[in-house]
Design a protein around this ligand. Structure first.
Ligand code: ZN
Length: 57
């Protein structure tokens, strides 16, 4: 007989709200001293550092 242990499972991971779980966000690209916006590029989401998971602490 084996005592049934609760499954280890994953910690409760929530999607990062900033990037919606993708780990990337579109950010404006600025150049020069006037900070003219020349376009957008995907950058690492600083909310989750690219993991796509909202940090709980
Ligand atoms: Zn994120």
């Amino acid at each position: 007989m084996v005592a049934k242990k609760p499954a280890p499972g994953k910690p409760d991971v929530k999607e990062c709200r900033t990037c919606k779980g993708t780990g990337e966000v579109a950010r404006p690209v600025r150049v020069g001293r006037k900070r003219r916006v020349v376009g957008e590029q995907n950058g690492l989401c600083l909310g989750c550092m690219g993991s796509g998971e909202a940090s709980t602490d």
